[in-house]
Design a protein around this ligand. Sequence first.
Ligand code: NAD
Ligand code: MN
Length: 358
Amino acid sequence: MKTYKIAAIPGDGIGTEVINAGVEVLHAIAKREGNIKFDVDNFDWGGEYYKKHGRMMPENGRDQIRNHDAIMFGSAGHPEIPDHITLWGLRLAICQPFDQYANVRPTRILPGITSPLRNVIDKELDWIIVRENSEGEYAGVGGRVHQGSPLEAATDVSMFTRAGVERIMRFAFALAQSRPRRLLTVVTKSNAQRHAMVMWDDIAKEIALEFPDVTWDKMLVDAMTMRMVMRPETLDTIVATNLHADILSDLAAALAGSLGIAPTGNINPERTFPSMFEPIHGSAFDITGKGVANPIGTFWSTVMMLDHLGEKTTAERLMKAIERVTADANLHTPDLGGKARTADVTRAVIEAIHGANE
Ligand code: NAD
Ligand code: MN
């Protein structure tokens, strides 16, 4: 029996609801397989913890999860606490020190889900966005002085390092190489941002030489939004900076039907630290506590986690169960135009797991 140690950090809002569902599904798939097991430790970090202790996670929080095999994360974001405190105090406080520099975001139109793009069929939209997750525009470099005075000034400096760009490019080219189309689009803005983005382009060109069998092209980020909408079939693997990919991946999630479906992995490719898997949505205060949060984004990120752990057939079996459930409109939550509740979708996925054939 192979046992994996998983750290679950539900966080706030619907984070708790979807992670509870995700853990239930994780145990169900383990039971179905018979030869693997998950020890899940739950960490109550987040906004409520902050209200009691004045910080989002304990000072030695990272030490408590450093030796887990993977992390399942819900959402950081609390209605009574400013967003930059919850984000930097929890999610980024894990991603950056654990060097999870590749944020991987698959986008596909799952069976039964309708894209807002007219005429798009599922095979025409099958992307993986790789987001640089450790530096760039979210490096945290900057400052604010003379607050409240007419001299007030503030900067957010985007910072790119050669090492940081090389490793994300190498990761993206290798990922593109592993997919059937071997196609990579490098997103940039080197017309207007003439220092770091030009280095970004130069390094892409250098790394491309290591991957002669990958076809690649370069797109300015503004034109990229058009291409995603007008010619989705021309894209496959995509690499972009922290900010650019943040925005493009929300667009991608919407084009695939709903933010509630989209998954992501914050990957430490060297496996020095655990990687972290989460739905891309946030705390969704407007539906918190109503029992209608779509858990599919969390289930799909659980598939990514299983894949990262090397449990490929288990990952595939779970993905099939998810697709069987999305195919049934009676099992759609309100964000997809349906009437199902989180618990209905969770139960159906668990049933599909147990019913799934080889
Ligand atoms: P959000 O993702 O929480 O919600 C946006 C909209 O999508 C809302 O109408 C919400 O109801 C809907 N939605 C999101 N997930 C859904 C799901 N699973 N099922 C059904 N509907 C869903 O984004 P927001 O409103 O901009 O942010 C709310 C809070 O969450 C903020 O504090 C923000 O900082 C935080 N946030 C955290 C993360 C994260 O931890 N990774 C990501 C995004 C936002
Ligand atoms: Mn985002």
